[in-house]
Design a binder for this molecule. Structure first.
Ligand code: NAD
Length: 501
């Protein structure tokens, strides 16, 4: 029996939704050509939340063709028109913050009140910020020779393929959709097969506020099939990807035959350094935020903490007490729950395997170190917030991205040693330094191999400020003006004013 294009669902908090199941192409929900579907699983219960149609090669071609047709007129839209539409998306999300917060929580396992609703705020800020840019994209006049006028115009690239992960389904999409649209591009966005539900509700908004058909197409589908099809499609000008480093490498290769522009926001293993002169209460608070928020499923999670030896044991005591008291674990719709389930059974097992590896490698378990199977939580994919201490630089739990609520803590004696430890991984996304010494803070910031440095905070993301990594954490930047430039290309126009030659 074929799946209907919408299903009625009442969420655990009583929110009634009509869940779209189709591929959003040309402002309509359609079935996939071969009828294949994806089951989306509830992380708290392991049950199916809903099924959706999964795009394959032919569907991707249809979506790309819809975008191609739309681009012909969309590229002639004015910046003011695009800004107005983007602001309308922000308005809709703001008005329905609670509704979208419920859907995002249900889809991804984020606890609604302490986590998911803030992602909706992030989307609102992002759409507003880039709405403001839409009519301010300008080129330059370049004057060298008085007999020649040269100028640049910053044009959209055309069709952008966007591929997003499951840890921030709506926010990672907003980071990509908003700047690409502000710059006048058209889009085919593929959601993660793990969290395909919430973005289909956002898809409806694009039609509601008046985006022309084909400008934004949102499809569910698996990476190997739909994702690859986007990467090799010759009409797609650019791939913007957020996800694991392993997939980032595959995408780079797949996109190379057609010489697409590629931006990659990949994995991380970000260090957080705490000097003895730091405000310890602040350091403890941010250290917990940096790894326990979103169940540790944050690319920039500060998952390696290095503490100066004189305050090492004190810090461990304080961190463990703070996490125990203030990071309550629970299901998505428990109001005071902070740490929800991992997104999937596979992720839960991956994180548990790393916990096992850490124990075998000889790290000391200070907190947690196991699945949480208390009461109803046994049905879901819960892992207790875990703190490992006494870690050594080459342990796998120090080198590899775990992507769960698991932090490794080690000690250092000198600043040089702290920097050496911090830079001793293949990733380079975020980094944090806690100290009251401004000179040391800025010197360390310049020495650290990372795309972002937080001085006396952690994971302080801001739509105005560029986000991205170095080394195996990625290529290119999102957010801020830099994020916008990733969606334009300069065209140089030379005007001969003096019959030169
Ligand atoms: P993933 O790489 O498994 O999947 C990400 C997306 O890529 C999904 O939509 C998936 O379907 C698609 N995909 C998978 N294989 C593909 C292929 N061969 N071709 C094209 N597309 C393909 O990552 P995930 O498990 O969804 O997300 C977790 C990872 O994302 C972590 O490593 C995390 O660090 C990273 N991440 C990075 C950032 C950042 O900005 N740097 C932000 C969030 C998450």
């Amino acid at each position: 029996m074929s799946l209907p294009l919408t299903v009625d669902v009442t969420l655990p908090d009583g929110t009634k939704i009509e869940q779209p199941t189709g591929l959003f192409i040309n402002n309509e929900f359609v079935k996939s050509k071969n009828g294949n579907t994806i089951d989306s699983i509830n992380p708290s219960t392991g049950e199916v939340n809903a099924s959706v149609y999964a795009a394959e090669d032919e569907d991707v071609t249809i979506a790309v063709n819809a975008a191609k047709t739309a681009f012909k007129s969309w590229k002639k839209s004015t910046g003011v028109e695009r800004g107005i539409l983007l602001n309308k998306i922000a308005d809709k999300l703001e008005e329905q913050r609670d509704y979208f917060g419920s859907i995002e929580a249900w889809d991804s396992g984020k606890t609604k009140e302490q986590n998911a609703v803030y992602d909706i705020d992030e989307c609102v800020s992002c759409f507003r910020y880039y709405a403001g840019w839409a009519d301010k994209i300008t080129g330059k006049v370049i004057q060298n020779d008085p007999k020649k006028l040269a100028y640049t115009v910053h044009e959209p690239l055309g069709i952008i393929g966007q591929i997003v992960p499951w840890n921030y389904p709506l926010a990672m999409a907003a980071w990509k959709l908003a700047p690409a649209l502000a710059a006048g591009n058209v889009i085919v966005l593929k959601t993660s097969e793990i969290t395909p539900l919430s973005l289909l509700h956002v898809a409806k908004l694009f039609k509601e506020v008046g985006f022309p058909p084909g400008v934004v197409n949102i499809i569910s589908g698996y990476g190997k099939t739909a994702g690859t099809a986007l990467c090799v499609n010759p009409d797609v000008a650019k791939i913007a990807f957020t996800g694991s480093t392993a997939t980032g490498k595959l995408i780079s290769k797949a996109a190379s035959d057609t010489m697409k522009a590629v931006t990659l926001e990949c994995g991380g293993k970000s260090p957080l350094i705490i000097r003895a002169d730091a405000d310890l209460d602040q350091a403890v608070k941010w250290a917990a935020i940096g790894i326990m928020s979103n169940q540790g499923q944050i690319c920039t999670a500060t998952s390696r903490i290095y503490v100066q030896e004189t305050i090492y044991e004190k810090f461990l005591d304080l961190l463990s007490k703070h996490v125990k008291e203030d990071y309550k674990q629970g299901t998505m719709f428990e109001e005071d729950a902070v740490v929800g389930p991992q997104v999937s059974e596979q992720q839960r097992d991956k994180v548990l395997n790393y916990i096992d590896i850490g124990k075998k490698e000889g790290a000391r378990v200070v907190l947690g170190g196991e699945a949480n199977t208390e009461g109803d939580l046994s049905k879901g994919f819960f892992i207790k917030p875990t703190i490992f201490a006494d870690v050594k630089p080459n342990m796998r739990i120090v080198q590899e991205e775990i992507f769960g609520p698991v932090v490794s803590v080690g000690k250092f004696s000198t600043d040089e040693e702290a920097l050496e430890l911090a830079n001793n991984v293949s990733y380079g996304l975020g980094s944090a330094i806690f100290t009251k010494d401004l000179v040391v803070a800025h010197t360390m910031a310049s020495e650290i191999e990372a795309g972002m440095v937080w001085i006396n905070s952690s994971n302080d993301s801001d739509v105005h400020i560029p986000f991205g990594g170095v080394k195996l954490s990625g290529v290119g930047r999102e957010l801020g003006e830099y994020g916008l430039t990733m969606y334009t290309q300069p065209k140089a126009i030379h005007v001969n004013l003096g019959n030169v030659l």
